[in-house]
Design a protein around this ligand. Structure first.
Ligand SMILES: *Cc1c(COP(=O)(O)O)cnc(C)c1O
Length: 394
């Protein structure tokens, strides 16, 4: 039982540092209001930025998808699991972001985590002459992809173009891969994508853009960060997730058709896993129609109004609202225990806000991570603003 004692000691140490994580079980569909342990709370912590996760039309499409395709795909994409719905979704996704790429093609994945592992390893693994240039605040899945690839990894400081330029200039690698989040998950700010792309074109490097939080929310048509910045390049490799603003599940990579063919042939996180249920791909076709149509535009407009309302309303002195224009609105507190107390106090008042601690963020930068959704009303956001302002003073 020494082994168990060892684990228990590690868990206790986490608890003493206020780093132990707890799950809450939700008894309702994902939405602005959720039922937790018999109580309705206002959720300001999901990534359902447009409030589509429980949308009537997408639910009907999922039911229809199950009626047409059944449930399981039965195999990986390269065996017999690549079903018509996957093929239709990939074509649709290639169109969705294709205006920003050359010879666009898309490939779908079960999760964004796997898509990132696939891109980073698929383009570098087995290539002793590859170097990955990774932004310091990248998502864990990009970091894990870089580790798994065993390529040389150079981390550049957050948004530091000069540091990246120096690293690129000093590199002799034949394959160069610059990897970045577009919207940083825990800070909400945008990567300087136009300048990053210019550097990549200058140094012959791929630019991998993880648009998990931009897909569906950024750009006039919801096409994401590439539309927002009006970028177009054959060097771009775009990753979007489909379980956040799109309200369903899964992810995709879109890029030049040769890049996508390379992933199909070489990416182990694509090859060695069962294809997602085709009914999900079928439901996603409806979600993409909503994102691109009038409903998507209206929802994005409402979300922007709520972001502006929060920015106007917060009156913070000790805590610090990070400068973000996206749905991710972090409030920097610093101390783990104080962050946990603030999160618990809000929850007691019926507002669920993520309290984010290390290792998700750097030590000493614990924060409340408020996420807004088009599903929220301005009355609900006003309630949150009042509660945070009052809490900071106690
Ligand atoms: C959520 C997220 C992912 C992972 O996507 P999943 O579909 O949840 O696996 C990847 N990158 C970023 C930046 C994310 O926020």
């Amino acid at each position: 039982m020494d082994l168990l004692n060892q684990l228990n000691r590690q868990l206790q140490a986490l608890d003493e540092q206020s780093l132990l994580r707890k799950r809450r079980t939700v008894d309702s569909p994902c939405g602005p209001r959720v039922l937790v342990e018999g109580r309705e709370v206002l959720a300001f912590c999901s990534n359902d930025y447009l409030g589509l996760a429980n949308h009537r039309k997408i639910k009907l499409a999922l039911q229809e998808g199950a009626a047409i395709y059944g449930v399981g795909s039965g195999a990986s994409h390269l065996i017999s699991g690549h079903v018509r719905a996957h093929a239709m979704l990939e074509d649709r996704l290639a169109q969705f972001v294709g205006a920003h790429l050359e010879s666009p093609r898309a490939i779908s994945f079960s999760t964004g985590y796997m898509a990132n592992l696939a891109v980073v390893t698929g383009l570098t693994a087995g290539d002793r002459d590859a170097e990955i240039f990774s932004e310091a605040l990248n998502h864990a899945s990009l970091i894990d992809g870089a580790r798994l690839s065993r390529a040389k990894v150079s981390v550049y400081p957050h948004a530091d173009l000069n540091a990246l330029a120096a690293l690129l200039k000093a590199s002799n690698a034949a394959t160069k891969l610059v990897v970045t989040d577009s919207v940083f998950s825990m800070d909400g700010d945008l990567a300087p994508l136009p300048a990053l792309l210019a550097l990549c074109e200058q140094h012959g490097a791929w630019l991998v853009v993880d648009d998990a939080h931009g897909f569906g929310t950024l750009g006039a048509n919801g096409h994401g960060a590439l539309e927002h910045f009006d970028l177009r390049s054959p060097y771009l490799i775009y990753m979007g997730t489909l379980g956040k603003a799109a309200g369903v599940s899964g992810a995709f990579v879109a890029a030049h058709e040769t890049v996508i063919e390379t992933l199909i042939q070489k990416a182990r996180p694509y090859i060695f896993t069962t294809a997602a249920p085709p009914a999900l791909a079928h439901a996603l076709l409806t979600s993409l129609d909503l994102l691109e149509g009038e409903e998507g535009r209206n929802r994005r407009a409402h979300l922007s109004t709520l972001v502006a309302q929060l920015d106007d309303g917060l009156r913070l002195k000790r805590w610090q609202r990070l400068p973000s224009t996206t749905a991710i609105q972090p409030i920097l507190i610093g101390d783990n225990a104080e962050t946990m107390r603030a999160g618990a106090a809000l929850y007691e008042q019926g507002m669920w806000v993520g309290a984010i601690r290390p290792p998700t963020v750097a030590t000493g930068t614990s924060r409340l991570r408020v996420t807004l959704s088009a599903g929220h009303s301005s009355i609900e956001v006003a309630k949150l603003i009042a509660a945070i302002n009052a809490l900071e003073r106690t």
